[in-house]
Design a protein around this ligand. Structure first.
Ligand code: SF4
Ligand code: SF4
Ligand code: SF4
Ligand code: FES
Length: 947
């Protein structure tokens, strides 16, 4: 079956079938299938306009009429289900006449500009006019019409031209059913009816610019500006979004060597044809003028940059690393890879570090986000990864979201979750802030919002578990069959103690005991309970404890090992899961095997022909500390911007300044590159081959859409550096790197580019036991055998509020921006978020005389920055909140060095601060402005010299 074909109405899944005759053909389809779909599956096509198979049928256009023997009238085939034994005719003179009449009415109120219309040749209205044989329109244009309707061009990415609208309602339904935002309605009746974004223009409306309506529109009413400006594509390449951990599949649609549209792939395992504003529209950064495509070197960060050839840049970088290792020892250098890189890129960076540098000083940005997930899930369940696929949520009865904001951070998955919630699943939100899901219009409302005080996660989950244990809500049979008895008994004894009861903890966590009890009962009593969590769980001093506590709760309620349940870390960046899988932690080889394990080490030594260290290397914070103390001297940093993303900015920049050679490989002169001595220009996701692994362990292909503007794919640059250092690498294509991954990593054994091309994507483990991959983990037994409960003692953070710092600052993201904003700030997404703001409760604002929009200073024990105030009850009194998408905001100037006890993941979510009204930027911000201006000029001058 052609799965790019539009079958008109959604597929029905049931064992019961129905047989009928359509145009003389015998057809058998699942019960409930529409006649339109049954005909399409039989290879017939009934004209349609308001129907499309991603939306429920609506029956408004009357173009799909059919005749059914023995029935009166001409029913719409999209809304009429099949029935046993009926005889349907789809083409008769009467039907043709009726359809032509319908089309004639549409066309009589439609501009006749097909030849110059941007969607000429790609318009369903045009197709259908041809299909029904409309040759002339008998009604004139002099009557009432909509041809003078005013265009709405406020959205940066698409236009809305009501003069072309046929009021088929596909956009409205897409916004409701696919996206779940309900931003559009049809206002008015009859001739007056029109699409409305709540009587506002699109930019000011509830619209989140996901583009589902644009995709659904069968005319040129809603259309991408890129298509208007550049024309329609002539070919497409299927690849994967480079933004968040949802990992949406896209068809990059190309004209010449330019992308003109990114269309979410209908077969994408993670997104099934949906997307958010970032993946669909925010790809302009790949050709932004700020991109640096020529290598640069310099002796000191006080010197101007010098543009050089690739040979000179690589040879200089290699000679510096050799010089430094000779002078300061083998361990004086290290690397940081990034979750923005492909699996193949991460693999070669860790290989270069272990085999080329000869040490284990390799770390990744997961250190500052999901390292506690890796640790906590490995300890309890035996595998450092989420347990489910996204589709699993459609079988959940109760969903607990802890410290995550899916509508902003993981929008496409949030749409799926909202779909399930609209079907009636219950929702518990554990978050200090009122995220959108708490009260998402009339359609979604959390059953419980546990608005805890920041830093009290472990106390809260212990209290929930206490209720479940003491009220006899445990799944005893599951625990007996699947978990280590001794550890469970110890945990049961611990969690039952009065200190973990809701009554003992309600003051500490700020939630009434009875609310905790009710939420716990709800979670334990529904058949399928699923937990989704984010950085609000991991970025704490007890991040690893909390991950283990979540696993405890899931095991205690028997919510592991089938669809609809599970422990699901929502990964931030596109390849957090993959970068961890690929061995970019200093203590682990790929596949989470400790470097001290002799057998594993021997395997890698034999494969790589190099002696490897058996001692863990330095984590990022250790590298920075040792740089300041003088023993760590050179860093190779690919795709990561530690000077903006890591805590305590001044400490990070001091460490960078202390090194003798900082090599940065990136698209832009990012904040870290301002402290670099070698700049190696990177390639964008559109310019390379490789794979990303998303939050559901789904390995998806990244495919080259255009030639790298810098000349090389990123893995090739690492290979050049490795060869210059004397450790040979000889890959001819990224697929050869994946072949090596598969050879050396048991969970990837069955993965290859060929198989990915065949299957589209694969969820690891993929091996002899599971050649097609593994959507749900731990089905019959845990990866570690039996599940292990851990004692999760609540230890309050040492970051305390006091008279000097009376408020807690917590951080998060917003939909339109992505992480440090290096990409999204260089797109039209800035229309939604020009600057980071600090959210403050009206009560705290009033106490300080702060009004909306005032400049306020935020001071912590680590530093001070100044942002504009946004007064809102989304945050509770005593808590302020900000984002960190703009470097000049300096959110991480304020965050401290506190970190998770097990993994050093920073405590980004809890910083004691004072907030007060000010009239000028902070000292750090003034220095930052001067420094970055100087560094940008250095780069510009070097480019000007060459040109
Ligand atoms: S804007 Fe497009 S999808 Fe929406 S009602 Fe008009 S024609 Fe239909
Ligand atoms: S872009 Fe998305 S959110 Fe906006 S109106 Fe269209 S479907 Fe709704
Ligand atoms: S949800 Fe994530 S992966 Fe999907 S389009 Fe948006 S940013 Fe890309
Ligand atoms: S396609 Fe059936 S009524 Fe429009």
């Amino acid at each position: 079956m052609d799965d790019t074909k539009d079958f008109g109405t959604p597929k029905k899944v049931t064992d019961k079938t129905v047989s009928l005759t359509i145009d003389g053909m015998n057809v058998t389809v699942p019960e409930g299938t529409s006649i339109m779909r049954a005909a399409a599956e039989a290879g017939l096509s009934i004209p349609k306009l308001c129907a499309t198979d991603s939306l429920d049928p609506f029956g408004s256009c009357r173009l799909c009429l059919v005749e059914i023997e023995g029935r009166r009238g001409y029913p719409a085939s999209c809304t009429t289900p099949v029935a046993e034994g009926i005889n349907v005719k789809t083409e008769t003179p009467k039907l043709e006449d009726l359809r032509r009449g319908v089309m004639e009415l549409y066309i009589s109120d439609h501009p006749l500009d097909c030849l110059t219309c941007a969607t000429n040749g790609d318009c369903e209205l045009q197709d259908m006019a041809g299909r029904v044989g409309l040759r002339e329109v008998r009604y004139g244009y002099e009557g009432e019409n909509h041809l003078d309707s005013i265009k709405d061009e406020t959205n940066p990415y698409f236009t809305f031209d009501p003069s072309k609208c046929i009021v088929c309602s596909r956009c409205v339904r897409a916004c409701e059913e696919v996206q779940g935002t309900f931003a559009l309605t049809i206002d008015g009746r009859g001739f007056e009816s029109k699409v409305s974004a709540g009587n506002k223009d699109f930019l000011d409306s509830e619209c989140v610019s996901c583009g589902a309506c644009v995709q659904a529109c069968p005319t040129a009413t809603l259309i991408e500006k890129s298509i208007i400006e550049q024309g329609t594509p002539d070919r497409k390449v299927t690849t994967t979004c480079a933004y968040c951990g949802v990992g949406c599949s896209f068809d990059a649609e190309i004209q010449g060597d330019q992308v003109v549209r990114m269309s979410p792939n209908i077969n994408g395992g993670a997104n099934k044809g949906h997307s958010c504003v970032k993946g669909r529209f925010a790809w302009g950064y790949t050709t932004h003028k700020d991109r640096i495509t020529t290598p640069m070197i310099r002796k000191s960060i006080k010197d101007p940059w010098q543009q050089v050839s690739w040979e000179d840049a690589i040879s200089y970088a290699a000679s510096e690393i050799k010089r430094i290792q000779k002078k300061y020892g083998v361990n004086s250098v290290g690397s940081i890879s990034s979750s923005r890189c492909t699996n193949e890129e991460v693999w070669v960076v860790q290989k270069l570090t272990r085999a080329g540098f000869g040490n284990n000083n390799i770390d990744t940005c997961a250190r500052v986000c999901h390292s506690p997930t890796g640790y906590g899930l490995k300890q309890t369940l035996g595998e450092s990864a989420g347990t489910q696929e996204f589709d699993s949520v459609m079988k959940s009865d109760v969903i607990m979201v802890i410290g995550a904001n899916p509508t902003d951070g993981h929008p496409v998955f949030a749409s799926q979750m909202k779909r399930r919630l609209r079907q009636g699943a219950k929702l518990i939100i554990v978050d200090p802030r009122e995220i959108d899901l708490v009260n998402n219009s009339v359609h979604i409302k959390a059953d419980y919002h546990l608005k805890l005080k920041p830093g009290t996660n472990v106390a809260t989950i212990n209290a929930l578990s206490h209720v479940i244990v003491t009220e006899g809500l445990l799944d005893e049979a599951f625990i007996k069959a699947r978990c280590e008895k001794e550890d469970f008994d110890l945990w049961r004894e611990f969690i039952s103690q009065d200190k973990n009861s809701p009554d003992s903890l309600e003051e500490e966590i700020g939630i009434p005991a009875e609310t905790i009890r009710q939420a716990a009962r709800l979670f334990a009593s529904e058949p399928n309970g699923a937990i989704y969590y984010g950085l609000g769980v991991t970025e704490h001093s007890q991040g690893s404890t909390m991950v283990m506590a979540i696993a405890n709760l899931a095991m205690a309620t028997g919510n592991i090992g089938r669809e609809g349940v599970g422990v699901n870390p929502l990964r931030g960046q596109n390849n957090v899961q993959g970068s961890c899988d690929m061995g970019s932690f200093p203590h682990e080889f790929p596949g989470y095997r400790h470097v001290s394990d002799d057998i594993t080490r021997k395997t890698f030594e034999d494969a790589w022909g190099a002696k490897l260290q058996g001692e863990p290397g330095l984590r990022i914070p250790n590298m920075l500390d040792e740089a300041i103390s003088g023993t760590f001297k050179a860093l190779y940093c690919e795709g990561e911007d530690i000077a903006q993303s890591d805590p305590n900015t001044q400490h990070v920049t001091h460490a960078l300044e202390s090194m003798e050679c900082v090599i940065v490989q990136d698209l832009f002169l990012n904040e870290t590159a301002m402290y670099a001595h070698v700049f190696l220009p990177g390639s964008s996701f559109l310019e390379k081959n490789g794979t990303f692994t998303n939050a559901e362990r789904r390995i998806s292909p990244v495919r080259k859409v255009m030639k790298p503007k810098n000349g090389y794919e990123d893995w090739e640059i690492t290979q050049l550096l490795s060869n210059a250092l004397g450790y040979p690498m000889n890959y001819k294509h990224a697929s050869e790197i994946m072949d090596e991954v598969a050879k050396l990593t048991p969970t990837f054994k069955g993965v290859s580019f060929k198989k990915l091309d065949e299957l589209g994507s694969i969820q690891w483990p993929c091996n002899d036991k599971a050649p097609q991959g593994t959507p749900t983990m731990h089905i019959d037994e845990f990866v570690r055998g039996k599940g292990k409960f851990f004692i999760t003692e609540y230890v309050p953070t040492s970051e305390k509020v006091n008279a000097k710092f009376p408020l807690i600052m917590t951080t998060g993201r917003i939909l339109s921006q992505y992480n440090v904003g290096a990409q999204t700030r260089r797109t039209k997404n800035v229309a939604w978020h020009k600057e980071d703001l600090v959210e403050i409760h009206p009560h705290d604002a009033e106490e300080r005389g702060i009004n909306e929009g005032d400049w306020v200073g935020i001071t912590s024990r680590a530093g001070e920055t100044v942002l504009r105030a946004l007064i809102t009850e989304r945050v509770q009194p005593g808590v302020v909140y900000t984002t960190f998408h703009h470097p000049e905001s300096g959110a991480n100037v304020i965050t401290t060095d506190n970190s998770d006890w097990a993994t050093n993941c920073p405590e980004f979510k809890v910083t004691a601060v004072q907030v007060s009204k000010v009239s000028q930027l902070s000292g750090w911000q003034k220095n930052y402005k001067d420094f970055s201006k100087k560094q940008i000029n250095f780069a510009k001058e070097s480019a000007a010299k060459i040109n």
